[in-house]
Design a protein around this ligand. Structure first.
Ligand SMILES: Nc1ncnc2c1ncn2[C@@H]1O[C@H](COP(=O)(O)OP(=O)(O)OP(=O)(O)O)[C@@H](O)[C@H]1O
Ligand SMILES: [Mg+2]
Length: 352
């Protein structure tokens, strides 16, 4: 069971848009755990990652060695926690799940390291938030499987070196840039999770509909996939919501029409954008002629914090090609203009 932390950004998002922000929300952790894929076959997409992992896992089994420490990063809801679970299941080992904010005091991290058994996986979510002391305890643990513990006080203090069983650390973060380089360097594998294609998300949708025991057509699944911002967590959430509509207002089957009508009611447009995303693009177009404009200015005008915009709104807007990042700030792309119902600057008649 994952422990999800509550930083300000996440809280804000929860209040504002419970459905399509890619962050976890309190109410869906149970649902999420119930549909979390447990093996490679059900873990859809991320094929490069899966191929690499299969080889690493096989080699570790053959050599009877614990896996290298691994770091997964990328926007929320793309399957970082899920892949850690798949790896543990595949290796037939236990996984202990925690997150950096829960490891505030030295004894938190020492306690968890001492409790590990040989070959076990320790999963630390939001690992960029580890404090300096915790990081320093972690270095020798990761490198030599030792813990340096200080006993006694000041002059009589002694450092005791304790051996701990060989374990594998899996770290996950949405902000790899905030990881200190000594910590980053201690991971044998660092992998960025990618947004999912429509085809992959359609498979996610179909799989979830099956688990929820609701009938869905191929174009119904695609309609949901298209509006899921490349993110399985959002796809799953939308399936659940559309399934409710299908049962209550339609014949209990999700087809193209049911999916599109329900998603329109939920105000999720054909790019999967919500009101905050549209407000962001609108602001840059209407107030700043399409940009470039600095992120701080955008955040202030939208009364959002910079981190929420950077971590949650932007990655997908950039990926979808609606927004561009330039050295002088953010710019709306011609596609972004058109999506919001404006003419792109190059298409506007120049008066002078
Ligand atoms: N490859 C996948 N195939 C099928 N479903 C997936 C896949 N990846 C993620 N999911 C689904 O999406 C949900 C969110 O995934 P997960 O919790 O692993 O995201 P995360 O990257 O850890 O997000 P966060 O950064 O918020 O912790 C899970 O419930 C899982 O069912
Ligand atoms: Mg996670």
């Amino acid at each position: 069971m994952a422990i999800f932390s509550d930083n300000m950004g996440k809280q804000e998002i929860r209040k504002k848009n419970p459905i399509i922000k890619p962050e976890t929300i309190e109410y869906d952790t149970t649902f999420e755990n119930s549909i979390r894929p447990k093996d490679f076959n059900n873990y859809i997409g991320q094929s490069a990652l899966k191929e690499t992992l299969k080889i690493i896992l096989e080699a570790a089994k053959l050599r009877d060695k614990p896996l290298d420490h691994m770091l997964f990063y990328g926007p929320p809801g793309l399957g970082k926690t899920t892949i850690a679970g798949v790896i543990a299941a595949q290796m037939g080992v236990d996984i202990k799940i925690t997150s950096a904010p829960a490891l505030e005091r030295p004894r938190d991290i020492i306690g968890i390291l001492m409790s590990l058994k040989g070959g076990e996986i320790l999963f630390i979510d939001e690992i960029h938030r580890l404090n300096k002391i915790a990081e320093e305890i972690l270095y020798p643990a990761m490198e030599d499987f030792t813990l340096d513990m200080t006993t006694g006080k000041s002059q009589t203090a002694k450092t005791l070196r304790v051996q701990i069983p060989k374990f594998t650390l899996i770290g996950a973060t949405t902000k790899v840039g905030e990881l200190s380089s000594p910590l980053r360097d201690r991971f044998g594998m660092i992998h960025r999770l990618e947004f999912y294609t429509i085809e992959e998300l359609s498979k996610v949708v179909e799989r979830t509909a099956k688990i929820l025991d609701i009938k869905i057509t191929a174009d119904g699944a695609k309609a949901i996939a298209v509006r899921s911002r490349g993110t399985p967590r959002i796809a799953n959430r939308l399936v659940k919501r559309v399934a409710d509509f299908a049962i209550v207002k339609y014949e209990g089957i999700i087809d193209n029409k049911v999916a599109n009508e329900s998603l329109d009611v939920l105000k999720i447009d054909e790019f999967g954008l919500d009101n905050t995303d549209r407000a962001l693009l609108n602001l840059i177009i209407e107030k700043y002629d399409g940009g470039p404009v600095g992120i701080e200015t955008i955040a202030a005008a939208l009364s959002e914090d910079v981190r929420t915009i950077e971590d949650v709104c932007e990655p997908y807007l950039l990926q979808a090609g609606l927004l561009q990042r330039t050295p002088r700030g953010r710019k709306v792309s011609p596609e972004g203009f058109r999506h919001l119902g404006f003419k792109a600057p190059s298409e506007q008649t120049k008066l002078f």
